[in-house]
Ligand binder design. Sequence first.
Ligand code: CAA
Length: 379
Amino acid sequence: MNFEFNEEQLAVRDAARDFAQKELLPGVIDRDTHQTFPAEQIRKMGELGFMGMMVDPRYNGGGMDTISYVLAMEEISKIDASCSVAMSVNNSLVCWGLEKYGNEEQKQKYLTRLATGELLGAFCLSEPEAGSDATSQQTTAEDLGDHYLLNGTKNWITNGGNADIYIVIAQTYPEKGHKGINALIVEKGAAGFTIGKKEDKMGIRGSDTHSLMFNDVKIPKENRIGEDGFGFSFAMKTLDGGRIGIAAQALGLASGAFELALAYSKERKAFGKQIAQHQAIQFKLADMATSIETARLICLKAADLKDRGKNYSTESAMAKLYTSEIAQKVCSEAVQIHGGYGYVKEYHVERLMRDAKITQIYEGTSEIQKIVISRSLTK
Ligand code: CAA
């Protein structure tokens, strides 16, 4: 076991930290207030290689490991979780799925441009009546010979309004249940594909979350990912990696809030001394730092298993479950340490606290992670 990062991993972390401070921090409060999608910031993230970090350089990716991805996600999420969720979806749900299960033509046509950030991807599994219960897909992809006819509605789609490429999960053979589901690549602008309303959210307000409607959308057969009926398995395998990304996002929200609270506690004076000198604050800081370090280790363990080609399904669920839970507590304590200042936008921690809540919900709620973990223990 080696707890040291290598030089490349450290360089990635420093580059992400530098970028987040210089390019994301200015304007983050304004983007949150006005629900402004960070298009320019995401374009720059693409130029720096953050949108296709783990993709093979043959397909224009960064060729980096998952550990580097976790480090970069943590740094970006400390400042702007709306940017990091776009980054996470593009890297782990879209690029990874295409690289692992797409064919060469799909990779050349889509992955080479998704990996550079020239195109942005979205992953469309959730529906109005199929969130946690993901096998109950109502969206249909009827097999009509050389193409599928796609009909249905998807909900809560991250990058929904700004994506170029959508991976859509849909039912082709209802009688086969989850074994009849397919994953299809849908391009923005396809006839019959409309983007529904943008959600007005509690947190990650810069991220654009939309419902999507498909009405007799013709999808060529060559846009199916993997074998006929592979779609549900594709979604589950892809989400295993996605959960590492969201765990790293929760880690960044927690460590970002902690850093702000620590700095504030050394500036703010009460009862004649820095509040950091009061045991009530010291114990909070100790608890926060301990839970962040524990969360970081489980995130890195899941990433390391993935990099070494081992099974990481359980560990990624544990990482997401634990880190999203501690992010809630740490962000709330960071607001508490700031007192009244923590409750106003200028000090950032209230945004981090609002943003942290979603990490317990998307890419599988905490309750779904417990199902995944307990099933692996008891099977
Ligand atoms: N890898 C591969 N296959 C898997 C798998 C995995 N990790 N997990 C399950 N499967 C397979 C099972 O083996 C089974 O196949 P077989 O019958 O061939 O063995 C099939 O999938 C169905 O699994 P279950 O019988 O366990 O199905 P279930 O309905 O009881 O439970 C579930 C499945 C784990 C609860 C699943 O529905 C689930 O993960 N739900 C949560 C969905 C989710 O995470 N949604 C997030 C939306 S995406 C998002 O949020 C992105 C974003 O924009 C930020």
